[in-house]
Design a protein around this ligand. Structure first.
Ligand SMILES: *Cc1c(COP(=O)(O)O)cnc(C)c1O
Length: 490
């Protein structure tokens, strides 16, 4: 299986090259030239597989220059009971018949672990396959969840170092502690004085600084990134949709001739795009319901075919979905235009110049065939958390709640799977507020209060967070990133 760029000018590369390179040379995103299909006999096999077997089956279709033994080693290292103590991606069905796909049983309690436990292993293996002897420095700017998941995924992996920067005034106390207490010799963390855009801009500047990158090359070092435009993060996400459909059939929630609607809380469009790949492969998936918070640019796009990022930006209680430019949408545009790279490139040029574009009637029709969309604001989110807790005795985090609410708006009689992307304990103050309880000022106390109120147990990753030493306390000026990299980890 070869990979091409969404913008049509990036040549053809293998899976390992796509994973090492991240972004294509024409500025587009890599994706497989074709989509492997599941036939009936294979589907029956998949229905008997556990998570790891499913992962191996799916990944071997996409990452064809990895050997089965290499994939097996990556999969076993990522998806085991040490990393995922509460099950890997369990499907839990509530008393109203809605099934939840819980993707937050990994070490950092958010769904980013599903990809970031595996992707670093795929990355290191790709260096083996390419016989690349350089050292990789993985540089990540994070607004919270990705940073910790990347640190945890890369910690201890040979030939790599991971450096994470977060906005000094942008992350919660729990998110900060999760990062600054990270163990391992090949990790480094610093705050950047400013907001997320400042951290992101600082990182982009380092990537595009030719002199600095040459200096690194002299030392046999190259910079890479772990963000969700890397195919190595997307491929692992296809696995859980296939596994969940099989699981729903096993549990009798989905009859053999039925299809499930899947509702996904969406930000960068990576997670829901993986669901679309699973559907195109032939998994029994009906409509994909795209759920947004008040930053509802995707709702408008799916309903009208017009993408317009020229609008107010809202800080919401579901911060990982506070995004106005969803990078992975570019891959969907390529798929819906039958791989028309120059068409995608022209839309992306319009987006860069004017902040907006409109798709053709053909593309809009295909979009409407597979997707529906809705959104919900913070008030409705709080109301829904409270209602679901009291009626279904199930505690939702704010991101998952947005999807739950939208699924109810858009739902018909098809079996429904709502994707649950974070543990409610990760957002304890907002969840407590939604339940009408007092909210302690200290976030660690909020976690304890939420346990006391609900009787649910705290995920293990949060238990000793306030007891571990904070190893990394550096606060960088906006232009201080290169000096920090030079002095510390290079
Ligand atoms: C990243 C994230 C999302 C959004 O996922 P995308 O792949 O960016 O659409 C939703 N919920 C949580 C908790 C997240 O961390």
């Amino acid at each position: 299986m070869m990979y091409v760029s969404t913008r049509g000018q990036g040549g053809e590369v293998t899976a390992s090259q796509a994973i090492l390179q991240g972004i294509a040379s024409d500025g587009g995103l890599y994706l497989p030239k074709s989509i492997p299909l599941i036939d009936d006999a294979e589907w029956r096999q998949l229905c008997r597989m556990n998570y790891r077997q499913t992962a191996l089956w799916v990944l071997s279709r996409f990452l064809t220059d990895y050997t089965p033994a290499q994939l097996e080693q990556c999969v076993a290292g990522a998806y085991n009971t040490q990393n995922f103590s509460g099950g890997i991606a369990p499907v839990v069905t509530l008393n109203n018949g809605v099934s939840m796909l819980e993707l937050w049983h990994g070490p950092t309690s958010a769904f980013k672990d599903m990809a970031l436990q595996l992707m670093p292993r795929l990355f290191v293996t790709a260096m083996d396959i390419r016989q690349d002897k350089r050292r990789a420095v993985v540089l990540v700017a994070t607004s919270g969840d990705t940073g910790k998941a990347a640190l945890d995924g890369f910690a201890g992996l040979p030939g790599t170092q991971v450096a994470v920067v977060y906005p000094a005034d942008g992350v919660s106390a729990v998110q900060r502690r999760q990062m600054t207490t990270q163990q391992g010799d090949n990790v480094a963390v610093a705050a950047v004085d400013g907001n997320f855009d400042d951290a992101q801009t600082a990182v982009k500047r380092v990537f595009s600084d030719k002199v600095f990158n040459e200096e690194l090359a002299q030392k046999n070092v190259f910079l890479s990134s772990a963000n969700s435009i890397n195919w190595g993060r997307l491929a692992p996400q296809i696995v859980y949709y296939i596994h969940a459909c099989a699981e729903m059939q096993r549990q009798g929630l989905l009859e053999p001739e039925q299809q499930a609607d899947i509702c996904v809380p969406t930000g960068n469009f990576g997670n829901i795009l993986a669901a679309y790949y699973a559907k195109r492969m032939g998994a029994p998936i009906g409509r994909l319901l795209c759920a947004s918070n008040a930053n509802n640019v995707l709702t408008d796009f799916i309903q009208t075919g017009q993408y317009d990022s020229n609008r107010a930006f809202y800080k919401t209680t579901s911060p990982s979905m506070d995004i106005l430019i969803s990078s992975n949408l570019e891959r969907l545009l390529w798929l819906l235009s039958d791989g028309d790279g120059s068409y995608v490139a022209s839309l992306m040029a319009q987006l860069a110049q004017t902040g907006r574009y409109e798709v053709s009637d053909v593309v809009r029709q295909k979009l409407a065939d597979s997707f529906a969309a809705g959104w919900c604001d913070d008030d409705a989110t709080r109301g829904e958390i409270n209602e679901v807790w009291h009626r279904q005795h199930y505690l939702l985090d704010p991101h998952t709640t947005v999807a739950f609410h939208v699924a109810r708006q858009l739902g018909d009689c098809a079996p429904l799977l709502v994707v649950s992307t974070a543990s409610p304990f990760k957002f304890a103050p907002d969840v407590l507020r939604a339940l009408g309880a007092d909210v302690p000022n200290d976030e660690m106390q909020a976690i304890d209060a939420l346990t006391a109120l609900t009787g649910l147990s705290v995920p293990s990753g949060f238990k000793d967070l306030d007891k571990l030493p904070e190893r990394f306390t550096t606060v960088l000026k906006k232009d201080g990133l290169e000096a920090w990299l030079r002095s510390g980890i290079l």
